[in-house]
Design a binder for this molecule. Structure first.
Ligand code: NAD
Length: 514
């Protein structure tokens, strides 16, 4: 665990931290990254290790030791041992632990946000907002914990039934790299509120903050073993999915991996929820508030370097306003500031990995070959000499796109907006729904009737009217079609971390037919 003096050192480092190398020496980075039964565990150094790189410079932050089969087994066993006692505590007391954890995150918000930026390359102000949202989520489920309950079901005279919502047992979480601590929080908070224990495997690209969350929970009074972190890639994820003592997998990531997870869970007949990819439509009608719609299109595409699952990357614009809309959009997009993720004025940080930047470049080229016009961006840039080892992409607006282009059909996961033109409502709704995904969608219009009509016809789990990419903690989030199964956030998440037990009670003599 990071000691009090460790915190002081870290905070001093952060105050001075124009020098990145100082932040890289902080204990949260240099200490072991697997968190089992309440503490960081230094594993056998002969094991496989992979370098963890800062996306903005390519500097190696540390060597991350991958969890072995035995380590996963230790984590799951610790979770199994801790779960029964945790579930027997009252919901109120579990909630108190979670609320304390939320307070601790708020008190350490700057420190944890900086680690998140180090891990992801996202702008520091975005990381701060993410941390706020993590604290809010944990507090929200802390508040719900005391009221997780079943129902009283009156039957015929003299007998009744009741239901109990019970924990599933050990929940395994597997996360993607774009919102590392948010995924750890969105999954662990409802899981723990319901009385489950939790073993999390963050993305191998972003391992740091999930471990700090373990320390936060411990300081808040969570019993050892209730929250654990195992590090590694797909193999470690598969070990979790196939472990006999794991009762449920909650996964966030791509569709192909989600499908493998579901297959692995099917073998063990485990519960599974999947938060997967998207290729969401954003529909802008000619009666919209134009400047708001331009802001919405940017919100829908350029947060976190465009690496957001719910992004509205297919931007449909009604014919009459397309020229004026694009003029405003391109002007504002060109003004975005690409640079040091730790600078408060930066709006575009680093793309997570070489592989991801190459994917974005590949799709820009493909789009050009298929007839799209690049109105701005779509290039790799080096904002300053010290960032030449990282990867930075300029936000890209592609016009003259059509529905059959690869860039319009596939999830790219980068700052790459495809602009499509449309004439009328029925046409655009049909085209918007013509996708295998169904995560999100949006509409900009001043016509309230049209807004509700369009949202009711779009086949997606999260819809936005006159805004985009908002995730209030009380509102369920998740996908239709191949974008997922189940919901995170809001009261709905509770049903995915509990199972229902029905109890029939007879108060009369039993009338047996034999
Ligand atoms: P990914 O599917 O490649 O990996 C996600 C996680 O799965 C990682 O932790 C990875 O190590 C693990 N993994 C990989 N192969 C595995 C296997 N065979 N078995 C078990 N685990 C395995 O996704 P990514 O590149 O990390 O993230 C980007 C994707 O995540 C995008 O498709 C994006 O849309 C999606 N995403 C969805 C949401 C959502 O809420 N719907 C949120 C964020 C990201």
């Amino acid at each position: 665990m990071l000691s009090r003096s460790g915190h002081r050192v870290l905070m001093t480092l952060q105050r001075k931290c124009s020098n990145l190398s100082q932040l890289m020496k902080c204990p949260a980075v240099t200490e072991p990254l697997n968190f089992l039964a309440g503490r960081r565990i230094a594993l056998d150094t002969s094991r496989d290790q992979i370098p963890l790189q800062y996306p903005a410079t390519g500097e190696v932050l540390c060597s991350m030791q991958l969890a072995s089969k035995m380590d996963v087994d230790r984590a799951v066993t610790a979770a199994k041992d801790a779960q029964v006692g945790w579930a027997r505590m009252s919901g109120f007391h579990r909630g108190q632990v979670l609320k304390r954890a939320a307070d601790i995150i708020r008190s350490r918000l700057e420190e944890i946000a900086r680690l998140e930026t180090l891990d992801t390359g996202k702008p520091i102000w975005e990381a701060r907002l993410d941390m706020q949202s993590c604290a809010d989520t944990i507090e929200y489920y802390g508040g719900l914990a005391a009221s997780i309950a079943g129902e009283f079901l009156p039957l015929s005279d003299g007998c009744y039934a009741y239901t109990i919502r019970e924990a599933l047992g050990v929940v395994g979480g597997i996360g993607a790299w774009n919102y590392p601590l948010q995924m750890a929080s969105w999954k662990s908070a409802p899981a723990l509120a319901c009385g489950n224990s939790f073993v999390f495997k963050p993305s191998e690209l972003t391992p740091l903050t999930a471990v700090v969350l373990g320390e936060v929970y411990k300081e808040a009074g969570l019993p050892d073993g209730c929250y654990n972190v195992v590090q590694g890639g797909g193999e470690v994820g598969q070990l979790l999915c196939s472990h006999d003592l794991v009762d449920k997998i909650s996964f966030t990531g791509s569709v192909p991996v989600g499908s493998k997870i579901m297959e692995a869970c099917a073998k063990g007949v485990k519960h599974v929820t999947l938060e997967l990819g998207g290729k969401s439509p954003l529909i802008i009608f000619d009666d919209c508030h134009l400047d708001n719609a331009v802001s919405g299109a940017m919100m829908a595409n350029f947060l976190t370097q465009g690496q957001v699952c719910s992004n509205g990357t297919r931007v449909f614009i009604q014919k009459k306003i397309i020229t004026e809309f694009l003029e405003k959009l391109v002007k504002r997009t060109k003004r975005m500031k690409i640079g040091d993720p730790f600078n408060d004025n930066t709006t575009v940080g680093a793309t997570i990995s070489r592989q991801q930047a190459d994917k974005v470049l590949r799709y820009v080229n493909l789009a050009k070959q298929e007839g799209a016009e690049v109105l701005c961006g779509g290039q790799e840039v080096t904002p300053e000499e010290r960032f030449k080892g990282g990867q930075f992409m300029s936000p890209c607006v592609l016009s003259r796109c059509h529905d059959d282009m690869a860039v319009v059909k596939d999830e790219v996961f980068g700052s790459l907006m495809s602009v499509l033109q449309f004439d009328c409502e029925d046409e655009v709704v049909a085209r918007a729904n013509n996708t295998e995904f169904g995560l999100a969608g949006g509409v900009f219009t001043k016509d309230l009737g049209r807004a509700h009509r369009v949202t009711s016809h779009l086949k997606a789990g999260s819809l936005y009217v006159n805004n985009y990419n908002m995730y209030p903690v009380g509102v369920p989030f998740g996908g239709y079609k191949k974008s997922g199964i189940g919901r995170e956030n809001g009261p709905d998440a509770i049903q995915y971390y509990t199972q229902v037990k029905s109890v029939y009670v007879e108060m009369n003599d039993v009338k047996a037919p034999f």
